[in-house]
Design a protein around this ligand. Structure first.
Ligand SMILES: *Cc1c(COP(=O)(O)O)cnc(C)c1O
Length: 383
């Protein structure tokens, strides 16, 4: 097997994901391991694998690539982002106090609230861009601070290094959901996070054909091993085929990311002062409230996610989402194809999302085609 240089840049590692030459066949792409069980050797020892619920060689290979591009000591892959988040929560002591942003990914918040309703943990909330609001809710027994940046669906930016300082002063761990700022632009562990979380369903895979989640850390402590135990017992490791698809997606991560960032900036700039638009929320715009922190902590582009608030009612905003031809009216984000979503329809009135907000996940199509599509949808729905 060829030896890899430790100082390779992450683009090179990603481009050659799954690309180790198979010693038996010479195949340049790794096989997909689908076995559910693994035979012991002549001495009745395992060869490192026992049963697929514990993880498979393909899953481990993909974890190695993810750890390398995140520059982490270890990565753990799950069959969804949610199951990865649940493993983190499961590893906390019963009744733990955790602190979360008031705007965050809907599904993770719903799960946390469920846990709180059952008395398994207590939740306090802070405003992402306001560190004093975080200091106010920290307690000496706070077990975990959760950051999501930029935050879905308003793209508020949180200063990871500053939050790490506050969390660690109180003895809490910092977990960063970096789904919308993947490793090409932000490596949260280097900014002080104890664990970085990604829904790999999004940019890491990038093709809207895998559901997966990953945790990365440099601190392989007993809590980390507890998460592995949760994954093993709940059967939430990423299966072989999905791990292989994710590796295939990772090979183009850096070029997809650059293309999506360039398109999103072009769209945000185009609609910033548009008569049918009330506001554009995108940290890449110089006037955006999160721009200064984003410039420091998103070192290679501001991402493909932005929201536009239309000059119109809830119904009119929904009609815009129903009138695009290229932007597909679907949830999720980070794929090569552009998506549009009226979040208020999905979340209802309880989560603070404005009724006139449309969330855009900008893909890698031609930016002018995307702009023309939004223009015609805005005109037909708002005119
Ligand atoms: C999608 C998403 C999740 C949840 O991940 P799944 O893969 O859908 O389970 C968590 N956080 C963010 C920011 C997401 O976009």
């Amino acid at each position: 097997m060829k030896k890899r240089n430790d100082r390779l840049s992450p683009e090179t590692i990603a481009a050659q994901a799954a690309g180790q030459i198979d010693p038996v066949t010479g195949a340049v792409i790794a096989p997909i391991h689908t076995a559910a069980t693994y035979a012991r050797d002549d001495d009745y020892e395992t060869r490192g694998y026992i049963y697929s619920r514990y993880g498979t060689p393909t899953c481990l290979q993909c974890e190695t690539v993810l750890a390398e591009i995140e520059r982490a000591g270890d990565a753990m892959l799950f069959n969804s982002g949610l199951s990865a988040a649940c493993a983190v929560l499961e590893s906390l002591p019963a009744g733990a106090h955790i602190v979360v942003p008031e705007n965050m990914y809907f599904g993770v918040l719903v799960w946390m609230q469920r846990q709180e309703d059952k008395g398994y943990l207590t939740l306090s909330k802070y405003t992402p861009a306001d560190l004093d609001s975080l200091r106010d809710v920290m307690r000496d027994d706070t077990a975990m601070v959760w950051v999501e940046t930029p935050t879905n669906p308003t793209w508020a930016v949180t200063d990871i290094a500053a939050v790490a300082g506050i969390a660690h002063t109180h003895g809490a761990i910092l977990v960063v959901d970096s789904t919308t700022a993947p490793p090409p632009t932000t490596r949260a562990l280097e900014l002080g996070a104890d664990i970085v979380f990604h829904s790999a369903t999004k940019y890491l895979n990038g093709h809207s054909d895998v559901t997966a989640g990953v945790l990365c850390t440099n601190d392989q402590n007993p809590r980390w091993e507890d998460m592995r135990e949760v994954r093993k017992l709940q059967g939430t490791a990423l299966p072989g085929f999905e791990s292989w698809l994710l590796m295939r997606g990772l090979r183009t991560l850096y070029v997809r990311w650059d293309a999506a960032c360039a398109n999103a900036l072009k769209i945000a700039t185009h609609f910033e002062n548009h008569p049918l638009i009330e506001a554009v929320q995108y940290p890449g715009l110089p006037n955006d409230p999160g721009h200064d922190v984003a410039k420091r902590q998103m070192t290679r582009g501001f991402g493909g996610m932005l929201s536009i608030r239309v000059n119109g009612s809830e119904d009119q905003a929904r009609n815009v989402a129903a009138s695009t031809n290229l932007f597909l009216p679907a949830t999720s984000l980070g794929g090569v194809e552009s998506l549009i979503e009226h979040r208020f329809t999905v979340e209802g009135p309880d989560y603070g999302t404005p009724p006139n907000l449309l969330r855009l996940s900008v893909g890698i199509e031609n930016a002018d085609d995307l702009i023309a599509d939004l223009e015609q949808a805005l005109k037909s729905a708002l005119a």
